[in-house]
Design a protein around this ligand. Sequence first.
Ligand SMILES: Cc1cc2nc3c(=O)[nH]c(=O)nc-3n(C[C@H](O)[C@H](O)[C@H](O)COP(=O)(O)OP(=O)(O)OC[C@H]3O[C@@H](n4cnc5c(N)ncnc54)[C@H](O)[C@@H]3O)c2cc1C
Length: 415
Amino acid sequence: MHFDVAVFGGGISGVSAAVNAFRMGKKVILIEQSFTVGGSATSGLVNPFMRYWLDDKILAGDFFQEILDDLKKYNGRFENTFDSEILKIILFEKLEGVTLLFRAMPIEVIKNGNYIEKVVVQTSVGNKYEINANLYIDATGDSSLSYLSGCKTFSGDENGNNQAATLMFTISNVDFKKVRESIRNDPDNFYKWVSPDSKVLSVAGYFKEVKRAKKEGFSYPNDYFFFIQLPGNGRVTVNTTHIGINATDEFEISEAMKIAHKQVYQVFDFAKKYVSGFKDSYIEKIACLLGIRESRRAEGMYVFKGKDVVDKSKFDDGVIKACYGVDVHKKEQVIDENEKNSVPKYEDYYEIPIRSLISREIKNLAVIGRGFSSDFFGQSAARIIPTCVDMGEVVGKLAGKVKKDFHELFEDSRN
Ligand SMILES: Cc1cc2nc3c(=O)[nH]c(=O)nc-3n(C[C@H](O)[C@H](O)[C@H](O)COP(=O)(O)OP(=O)(O)OC[C@H]3O[C@@H](n4cnc5c(N)ncnc54)[C@H](O)[C@@H]3O)c2cc1C
């Protein structure tokens, strides 16, 4: 099967790349191992869209803005929070014209020198297809296509530890008035950035309740309780389960899913018994995808670094602007006192260069989303949904412009 562009991974970055390449007039296939699109942003129940603006200046690109507008149109958005099911509907709408191949993953990469010539994919019912494309985009989040192609990849911090995983879930029928009251009455019981008056409730804390529950023999997987308000009435997404894992070990990940479901009930049970406003709440849904923040990162022509985030680096080939800071969920859960007592400031942005989205070794391969070319700390900042959407937009548009491969960009600029 021949295509101009083959995108592997239908998460938010892959969808963005596929749609943008198609809009440039390209024949595009999107290959996804599950049966839906959006990845962590839909099946993972991740919310909200992390910071993508500076004061009144939107840093994210046009395609992200289009998603924001559509979510509003479909009544699926409240400020920077969104409804995961409505997002799925919107993403499928945008994919009109793109060939979809679900329940499929790459099993073999056939190369010719520094080029991928074709990729053999296998579906869950055992069918095999040879996908031949001019350009390939790895949006698997785990850099699986790059790994299969024999490219250099990185994983974890300097000790090889990946970020902790979280199984997100939604609780409904929460009394927000009572939640706001609790914050107002005892602000020290929360992270300093938590406000009782914020439009969207984003609440991390309840340190005293967690301590009391643990003292009374309650099993609880964290030192705090963290949730964010969702569109609708009394709905929150909970970001509190916590499992240290080796994110590329399928046996560990599978076992983690079992542990995570136990933790979901522990957190919910705790909330109902100890947290004001949660007495009459119920579990609306549990993510069907374990939230893996970081696993394998491919090596590109530039490795984007945590230092670039802190220094607010700008590049000649800077193509994405972002301001979200380094955000590591350590394997072992420990509350960082600095983080607890500070309010993040967003005064300037950093850029991500196009070189960190292009494979160093394979000329017709780009790597986008949470597996893009970055060090552990750089990835921890740039992995947020708006930035992943931007990576897809930039590379999708580029796929519509380049004549032969992604490396020609740099050869041109060297001439
Ligand atoms: C617990 C958690 C909380 C987070 N909180 C926030 C937040 O509050 N705000 C925010 O903006 N961001 C947050 N993030 C980050 C953000 O959600 C993700 O980094 C981002 O959505 C990643 O998008 P992606 O497209 O790169 O990858 P994914 O969403 O991981 O998508 C990858 C897709 O590729 C598919 N795939 C994988 N391997 C293969 C293969 N071999 N073949 C075919 N298909 C494959 C997967 O099924 C999936 O659909 C959070 C992440 C986690 C895990």
